[in-house]
Write a protein that binds this ligand. Structure first.
Ligand code: PGA
Length: 249
């Protein structure tokens, strides 16, 4: 049985005051950590604060991106090592907003994922098709390329230290969710593709669904056999909603 993982991608939201309110809200609630782990991914400026506040709690901290470089003349970049020093243990890589607005390629995401794992962080590697891809019947082609590219030269060992997130671009922040069946189909496709690298690792790897996950649709999505958790945007900004999602398991 794969354990579920519920991750909150705060995107560019969360001043220190807002982070305090949201995290205190989460800490005052409860969830069954034998069923699921919880991760919050605030913006860089709130990571240190979140790391301190959540130390010793059941809630882990993730970053939303990181540099492929270790250190040096890379203005505005943040390294894996820096993230570790403020209590970060996860990092989202290749989110569609990074791919779209910052031209992140599968190759770059692959390189970052290897650096993250080497440093001791768990990458949450994102893939997802656009509406155009889906409507032209290219979902599996695109997802297949993204999986092959982002997991290029991954061994079973690296797969065992990674998480995948399937986020159809057309479902992100739009209120449109893939039906549980549509999502399950792609999750199964991804798991089969990963089985081409290593069968055992494919059975173990967590594949999260993301795209307008809310308290009222979480249960039907999370009960699909190949959906092992959620990457939540909008609904992760309200403690009550995020707790309802993890408690819908
Ligand atoms: P959403 O975002 O839940 O607001 O659709 C999900 C994401 O982009 O990770």
């Amino acid at each position: 049985m794969r354990k579920q993982l519920i991750a909150g991608n705060w995107k560019m939201n969360g001043t220190i005051d807002e982070t305090k309110t949201l995290l205190e809200g989460l800490l005052s609630g409860s969830f069954d950590s034998s069923k699921a782990d919880m991760v919050v991914c605030p913006p860089f400026t709130a990571l240190s604060y979140a790391g301190n506040l959540l130390k010793g709690s059941k809630i882990a901290v993730g970053a939303q991106d990181m540099s492929v470089h270790e250190n040096g003349a890379y203005t505005a970049e943040i390294s894996a090592g820096m993230l570790l020093t403020v209590g970060v243990s996860f990092v989202i890589l290749g989110h569609s907003e990074r791919r779209q607005y910052h031209a992140e390629s599968n190759q770059m995401i692959n390189a970052k994922a290897k650096v993250a794992i080497e440093a001791g962080l768990t990458p949450i590697i994102c893939v997802g098709e656009t509406l155009e891809d889906r409507e032209s019947g290219n979902t599996e082609t695109v997802i297949g390329q993204q999986i092959d590219g982002t997991l290029f030269e991954f061994s079973a060992e690296l797969l065992n230290k990674s998480v995948i997130a399937y986020e159809p671009v057309w479902a992100i922040g739009t209120g449109k969710t893939a039906t549980p069946e549509m999502a399950q189909d792609v999750h199964q496709f991804i798991r089969n593709r990963i089985a081409g690298i290593d069968k055992e690792a494919a059975e173990k790897i967590q594949i999260l669904y993301g795209g307008s996950v809310k308290p009222d649709n979480a249960k039907s999505l999370l009960s699909q056999p190949d959906i092992d958790g959620a990457l939540v945007g909008g609904a992760a900004l309200k403690a009550d909603d995020f707790l309802k999602i993890i408690n819908s398991l």
